[in-house]
Write a protein that binds this ligand. Structure first.
Ligand code: ACO
Length: 442
């Protein structure tokens, strides 16, 4: 290769063979892992692979949806800074931005809003499905199950290669997720289910389905409605996180989006992902008082517990969403009264940000650190926190799913492995296997 053509290449020398390879450096300083395959000692070998457990340094796709600069604490949706969207936009407009790629015109927004708010009702049989759950079933388990069950109500949804079909399922999934969430909540409380009121805003209607009792028309508190709407917006997408990766990976088999979304919601449920907001609240309750904060921090430093709501795979700076949420908290407390847990959270943050353990590891508050205190002040039980996260994240999952399906480079996701198990061995009949160590000892 001529010298000038080598500019965007990386030269690798395999010292096992002495051979040298020039591999192209692509967009974003990437190497194509497949370019490594040519590197082998013997012709009949499989060839070199990348080894990257938990994908800590592997780009699985090219994406135009969300940009995070974790070093500088920056988050954009389709190029728009999250701070501007939180300040000036609203959740439904942002769902359009994430999925369609652009802010909608007035007409597009009207149409988009109409379609979503007219897909909020659930088939009556879903109620029967919910009745089958125990009164104390976790609402996230109910959400995951009902999302998957919707696949059986809309069998046509499996036509994932048809853009019109996809569009319909997108309206349904964004429209129905709050209804499932609210039904799950009312079921756990033994309350009659409240049907959607399409005159209300997306978030106002959600509050209606949660809290309406005997009043003829539910009127959401505008401050709480706005605060929850912004919280949904802040959770809209976060590039290739665990649940988005689940959505893409499961969706790459071309299963319908209800099953893929159920998989994504299941991934979100875990305490290291969306379940962290619930874990933060439990942690704050366990600490109980500001005076116990220092002792708790010591336990974290001893490795006994994690400081939930702190740390992030990508952010090595303050999570910009946490900054906005901290501000919203004060607005919400004006209405609901101050949640005393916020003082414990602020004290934890103050001590942690000055402590070398957290500073040296670049651990900062993430999106979950303050959201739970707001949800609690609004009256949500802790089990509902990851469900609220899922409502906000649904458009992100759908945007990632559609991008994956329309990307010609994508195929069914199927990682490689490095086999480190036993070499080939012969089957041993049961009677010749001896006793298990535990049995032998007893
Ligand atoms: N508390 C105490 N120590 C921590 C924390 C924490 N919350 N997070 C990371 N560390 C420590 C690790 O023990 C490790 O220390 P070491 O170098 O001495 O071994 C170091 O910081 C690096 O941490 P990793 O685990 O390598 O970071 P990773 O990127 O794998 O994990 C994660 C990121 C899962 C978010 C982690 O920070 C964590 O468990 N946080 C608490 C749970 C949480 O808040 N999750 C929500 C994430 S945001 C979201 O999903 C919406």
């Amino acid at each position: 290769m001529a010298k000038e053509n080598k500019k965007n290449t990386l030269t690798l020398t395999d010292h096992r063979t002495g051979k040298t390879y020039d591999v192209e450096i692509g967009e974003g300083s990437t190497l194509r892992a497949m370019d490594l395959r040519q590197i082998k000692v013997n012709a009949d070998e499989f060839g070199m692979m990348g080894y990257d457990p938990a994908f800590t340094n592997t780009a699985s796709c090219r994406s135009t949806v969300t940009m995070i600069d974790g070093e500088r604490g920056i988050l954009w949706y389709r190029g728009y800074p999250i701070e501007q969207l939180a300040e000036q936009s609203n959740f439904l407009e942002v769902t359009h931005l994430l999925i369609r790629g652009e802010l909608p015109t007035r007409e597009e927004l009207e149409y988009w809003t109409y379609e979503i708010t007219h897909h909020t009702f659930l088939h009556e049989n879903v109620k029967k499905l919910l009745e089958g759950f125990r009164y104390d079933a976790h609402p996230m388990g109910m959400l995951v199950s009902v999302l998957a069950a919707l696949s059986t109500f809309y069998p046509e949804a499996r036509d994932v290669r048809d853009p019109e079909c996809r569009r319909k399922q997108i309206y349904r999934l964004i429209g129905k997720t709050p209804t499932i969430a609210a039904f799950a909540y009312r079921h756990s409380r033994g309350l009659p289910l409240v049907y959607p009121d399409n005159d209300l805003s997306y978030t106002g209607n959600f509050l209606n389905m949660l809290w309406k009792m005997s009043e003829v028309k539910y009127e959401p508190n505008p401050v709480l409605e706005k605060a929850l709407d912004v919280l949904f917006l802040l959770h809209g997408d976060h590039e290739q996180n665990c649940s988005a990766n689940a959505m893409r990976s499961v969706g790459s088999s071309e299963v319908d989006p209800y099953c893929a979304a159920a998989a994504a919601a299941a991934a979100l449920y875990g305490p290291l992902h969306g379940g962290a907001n619930e874990a933060v609240l439990r942690m704050l309750n366990e600490i109980g008082h500001r005076k116990n904060v220092a002792a708790y921090i010591e336990r974290v430093k001893q490795g006994e517990v994690l400081l939930m709501g702190f740390g992030h795979r990508v952010y090595k700076n303050y999570d910009p969403r946490a900054r906005i949420i901290k501000r919203i908290a004060d607005e919400v407390f004006e209405v609901t009264g101050r949640n005393p847990l916020i003082d414990i959270a602020k004290e934890l943050e103050k001590i942690a940000l000055e402590d070398d353990y957290f500073v040296s590891r670049r651990l900062y508050p993430n999106v979950d650190f303050y959201s739970g205190s707001i949800y609690q002040a609004m009256g949500f039980p802790v089990e509902m926190y990851p469900v609220l996260f899922a409502i906000g994240r649904m458009p992100g999952w759908l945007a990632q799913w559609e991008e994956m399906l329309t990307d010609k480079e994508q195929k069914i996701a199927r990682p490689r492995q490095v086999y480190v198990g036993s070499p080939q061995r012969d089957y041993v009949p049961l009677e010749k296997r001896g006793k298990s160590p535990a049995k032998a000892a007893s």
